[in-house]
Design a protein around this ligand. Structure first.
Ligand code: NDP
Ligand code: OXD
Length: 308
């Protein structure tokens, strides 16, 4: 039986050694791992990332028992009608740590007013302390909860929002439309770590951006679809939103000439908030293959109806 690495040939040199090591560590035979499968019917597990030459028709993989995504966000595969196997998304300690660093870094940048510091004049500005700067964390999953808790450890009051009720220590949790309003009405910094689903599209639009206190900052490492771009640009122009740090976009790479590039209050980062790290993520993949073989429940299974 074959474990097919269908995550792009260019990733193979980085992933092969950590995957083989993790498979062996999990007591599995790493000779099953391959970059090519002449017989798709022999593939037992597919390690998957979207794009390039990776499959978009899963029909030939008749004996494949699971598709294991290297990506946390699965919007590009979750609605694929040919995918009938269980799909697992990536929850990787290395990726989570990267996201925590990105979110904490950009939150502190907004909080400390670093973009407003004069480079030519001695102009002391005293920011409030973190305790006076509520942060909204939209999404309380693997990433949102970790980022929210790290911010709470620094003293920020963190208000979280999720689809269902959640209980996350150090975070005041809310859900539902009224919950979103409660969270946004208090937030001076908003972090969006929601998956891209039909329900989350334009979570931040003209109405919800209007619920924020004037001058709030937005940090979006989630997905581009979470924000209505025209509404955000209007809010930036009016001063309702003071600054936006955007890592993800509806079209990537962000096209040249897009208004975000030139906007003085927007920072564009090129979808680099957090990368899946082979050293840690390979162990997550190997553990799921071990579970599959042992007939145990898979970790991080995607709910195909909810879309994440
Ligand atoms: P999880 O699936 O663990 O968490 C998703 C969270 O979003 C959950 O709290 C969930 O609520 C909430 N949510 C989903 N739908 C709704 C909704 N309709 N209303 C309110 N809340 C909702 O995902 P992760 O934390 O692992 O990742 C989040 C996203 O981050 C990924 O989907 C991906 O898009 C993005 N990402 C970006 C990266 C980058 O480099 N820019 C890197 C990795 C991920 P509930 O708890 O109730 O289920
Ligand atoms: C992911 C990402 O979803 O890198 O893993 O965006």
């Amino acid at each position: 039986m074959t474990i097919l690495f269908a995550a792009g040939d260019w990733r193979w040199p980085t992933w092969e050694a950590p995957l083989r090591a993790a498979l062996r560590e999990a007591g599995l035979d790493d000779s099953a791992l391959t970059l090519t499968a002449s017989d798709p019917g022999a593939v037992e597990v597919m390690i998957y990332a979207p794009g390039g030459d990776t499959p978009d028709d899963f029909t030939p993989y008749t004996r494949c028992k699971a598709v294991l995504s290297l990506w946390a966000g699965v919007e590009r595969i979750v609605t694929n009608p040919t995918l009938t196997q269980p799909l697992c998304r990536m929850v990787d300690p290395g990726l989570t740590q990267g996201m925590v660093e990105y979110v904490v870094g950009h939150t502190l940048r907004a909080h400390l007013g670093m973009d407003q510091l004069s480079r030519t004049r001695w102009q002391p500005v005293m920011p409030p302390l973190a305790g006076e700067r509520p942060v909204a964390m939209l999404g309380l999953g693997a990433l949102g909860a970790a980022c929210g808790q790290s911010l709470a450890c620094l003293g920020f009051p963190v208000l979280g929002w999720s689809r269902g009720p959640r209980d996350v220590s150090m975070i005041e949790c809310h859900h539902g439309r009224e919950g979103l309003r409660t969270v946004l009405e208090q937030a001076q910094i908003v972090v969006t770590l929601l998956p891209s689903t039909p329900e989350t599209e334009n979570t931040l639009d003209a109405e919800t951006l209007g619920w924020l206190p004037r001058g709030a900052a937005i940090i979006n490492p989630g997905r581009g679809t979470l924000i209505d771009d025209d509404a955000l640009l209007a809010a930036l122009d009016s001063g309702q939103v003071a600054q936006a740090t955007l890592d993800v976009f509806r079209t990537e790479p962000l096209p040249q000439g897009h208004p975000y590039w030139a906007h003085p209050r927007v920072t564009v980062t090129p979808h680099i908030a957090a990368e899946t790290r082979p050293a840690t993520a390979a162990r997550v993949i190997a553990e799921n293959i071990r579970r599959l073989r042992a007939g145990e429940p898979l970790l991080h299974r995607v709910d195909r109806i909810a879309g994440y």
